[in-house]
Design a protein around this ligand. Sequence first.
Ligand code: PMP
Ligand code: GLN
Length: 387
Amino acid sequence: LNRRLAEFGTTIFAEMSALAVRTGAINLGQGFPDTDGPEQVREAAVRALRAGHGNQYPPGPGIPELRTAIAAHQQRRYGMEFDPDREVLVTAGATEAIAASLLALVEPGDEVIAFEPYYDSYAASIALAGGTRVPVTLRPTTDGDASFRLDLDELRDAITPRTRLLLINTPHNPTGTVLSRAELTAIAELAVERDLLVVTDEVYEHLTYGDAEHIPLATLPGMRERTVTIGSAGKTFSFTGWKVGWVTSTPELVTAVRSAKQFLTYVSAGPFQYAVAEALALPDTYFSDFRATMTAKRELLATGLEDAGFTVFRPQGTYFITTDIRPLGFEDGFEFCRALPERCGVVAVPNAVFYDDRAAGAPFVRFAFCKQDEVLSEAAARLAKVR
Ligand code: PMP
Ligand code: GLN
């Protein structure tokens, strides 16, 4: 294994899902729904397969139907215009979109700023591109609702002449933070002032709760021309195994990302692209129902975790709840997660793996709530005996 990858080992999601299989514990670690997305979308994939649509290499940028549907979704939901032919690229999930963006836009030695805790593929993709990651830590606050917030002064101080790119994620995995318009405006002003590119991972765009509103960074002044926006059908339609994601940006930036994508996977799986094109055209009620269902699940698990004695950071978005384990008398999230299946038959993820500053992340543990209500109730009952 080369030096760029040596520090990464096996991803925590594979490790924790294997632990769940081995112990028979309830898997609230890796974030995947235990119920598939809409039946009609699944049927659309079957129809495409049977009709021979996409069984051979589809076009490199993605099938025109899907690119058009992505552009229409951005228009309908956010009022943003993208030319489906020049400004949209279909990728093998958001994971490839992230990797291809960084490989295309980062020179060896460039600094890339990412919020910490960061989604694990960010660190690996920055390393593959030869870049240097510069984490800016989201800090827990307890004024108002407990949440993890960005310190804008820390972000400003992290920018150096070597900074090439800001890698943003909102709604944020694992903390559930949704950046406010004020926070996004400040980030946008910095990006413009320091002439930075921005890659923004918005895969949880449809999963916001309560008053939280997802605002695409590219809609802010000066951002459309410097921002690569990433979405995923895995999260939006609960088909994480299909690996259909996308990028929207300027023709120049999309061409750059495509240059990398063509040598990573060349193209993404054909029949699923037809199905996702249909999914993106589902009526607004699909998206509002999905949000309502997930809001109830968030409440179910958050209440269970609170009753069990965890400090709960109620997420504004995503399908993850970050907790603090210290009120239960534990300090180290790693040890806690490794022992949790035996202690009470549940698997979770230690947030420390998403930090360079492992000590800062040590007491935090993430639970996924994209699971059936009975599963969440049973997990809550088991967690009540964690002490
Ligand atoms: N970004 C974030 C923040 C995620 O949580 C995930 C996880 N699923 C991804 C990207 C990867 O998405 P995909 O499965 O579409 O590759
Ligand atoms: N995004 C999911 C999570 O954060 C898992 C994705 C993966 O396993 N790579 O849990």
